[in-house]
Ligand binder design. Structure first.
Ligand code: UPG
Length: 419
């Protein structure tokens, strides 16, 4: 176990990590046996292991509170006939208790029509979430207050046994203060330094950052439309590109992915990173003024934490509902949406939305809202703020169960309990 509990939650964002608290780990005055387990909310099997070994089971839910609400209301959504959602389903408004209605097409993609086995797995996930001792969510109370408040009512289908605590956004220590990072903090790998140097050469808020997370890789045709739209927008940009599975690895080079002559034509205003960018360093850089994102929840909440306005370009999973949070609820971004039935986005649409965000009237409002949302999130992470206090309360509860002494430098809290 790392010496910082936040580090533990960061590792859980990978979706595969399971952390046992109070294990007899080096350097800590822990009791010998694990007493509790924190696991990603989609790892159903951990609940069974926890039950078998009489461990307290806590869940870390890596998506928004809205997605958690949908997961907890799954039995209701099934009984109302909204889930599984057929591809040909007519647009319909869904109303969950105490929440404003939303369209069925904005349900997470994993609740669309699928086979019996995956639906059973999701039902299992829903019921196990309700059994967890506490559900920690990687969001901030103030930005999803209506959903969190609705979750806390102890009636209806979504009744959880225990608490739902907002503890996000979970950011590494060096990004908590929202101050310019010192050179030594930012020196990572050669490519990271190069990319930061390039950003240093640009004016404030002039660069658009494009990244589609750890899973989604656009096809070559889509990359070309995005590239040509960006070229026509005249905006400077930094873009994370990876090799699409359809291309051969032996002959692969990034320039093969891009339109002919693209990199030489745009050499002063385009920086390509592959395969992985230092996203938080980029988002926290003063030259970055926009983020074209696939709306994975981590990217979404990270972008908002740094006050960077978004271009929401959702692809799969619950990204469509994250897009609605960004565009309709928080109004911190504009949507990039392909025409109905079009197989991919078109360069004209890309050009238009980039210009709107970076220099248009619409962009002004969205930038103002993004700056406000950032302040709200930053306050929640400081002592006395909602996420800080929730995490502190959780750490105390967690280690109280374990009967151990625990010191956490981030939370500035020492908990000492006798077993
Ligand atoms: O070059 C890169 C690309 C990504 N990241 C980081 O990787 C994470 C990506 O997470 P996210 O934005 O959530 O996207 P996915 O990797 O696609 O996440 C999956 O899991 C998320 C929940 O954890 C869901 O919200 C998404 O829909 C689902 O696609 C973020 O922390 C980024 O900072 C980098 O650091 N460098």
């Amino acid at each position: 176990m790392k010496d910082d509990f936040v580090q533990l939650l960061l590792e859980l964002q990978g979706g595969v990590a399971v952390a046992a608290t109070a294990a007899g780990t080096q350097g800590h005055d822990f009791a010998a046996a694990p007493s509790s387990v924190v696991s990603d909310g989609f790892l159903n099997w951990v609940r069974d292991v926890a039950t078998t070994f009489h461990l307290t089971h806590y869940v870390f839910f890596p998506c928004s509170a809205s997605t958690l609400s949908v997961m907890l209301h799954l039995p209701l959504l099934i009984s109302q006939g909204h889930v599984p959602l057929a591809p040909s389903a007519e647009p319909q408004l869904i109303t969950l208790p105490r929440l404003p209605p939303f369209w069925n097409k904005d349900l997470p993609e994993f609740l669309h029509a699928r086979n019996e086995v995956s639906l059973e797995r999701l039902k299992d996930c829903s019921s196990k979430l309700k059994e967890a001792a506490t559900i920690l969510i990687n969001t901030t109370y103030e930005i999803e207050a209506n959903v969190i408040d609705a979750l806390h009512f102890k009636d209806g289908f979504c009744q959880t046994k225990r608490r739902v605590l907002t503890v996000g956004p979970v950011l590494p220590d060096e990004f908590l203060d929202d101050l310019p990072l010192s050179h030594s903090q930012t020196e990572k790998q050669e490519q990271d330094i190069e990319c930061l140097r390039w950003l240093n050469s640009k004016t404030a808020r002039s660069v658009l950052y494009l990244s589609f997370g750890s899973i989604y890789i656009p096809c070559i045709e889509e990359i070309h439309e995005l590239a040509l739209g960006l070229e026509a927008s005249f905006c400077a940009f930094i873009w994370v590109l990876r090799r699409p599975p359809s291309t051969s690895s032996s002959s692969f080079s990034i320039s093969n992915l891009l339109p002919e002559g693209f990199q030489s034509r745009l050499k002063d205003r385009c920086f390509i990173v592959s395969p992985w960018a230092p996203q938080l360093l980029i988002l926290s850089h003063p030259s970055v003024g926009g983020f074209l994102t696939h709306c994975g929840w981590n990217s979404t909440i990270e972008g908002i934490s740094f006050g960077v306005p978004l271009i929401a370009y959702p692809q799969f999973a619950e990204q469509q509902s994250n897009c609605r949070i960004v565009v309709d609820q928080l109004k911190v971004g504009l949507e990039l949406r392909k025409h109905d039935n079009a197989p991919i986005i078109l360069r004209k649409q890309v050009e238009r939305v980039v210009k709107l965000l970076m220099e248009g009237e619409e962009g002004i409002e969205v930038k103002k809202n993004a700056a406000q949302a950032k302040d709200i999130i930053r306050r929640s992470l400081k002592k006395g703020g909602s996420s800080y206090e929730n995490l502190e309360a959780f750490v105390c509860e967690c280690f109280q169960h374990s009967g151990c002494k625990f010191q956490n430098k981030f939370l500035d809290v020492t908990v000492e309990y006798n077993s």
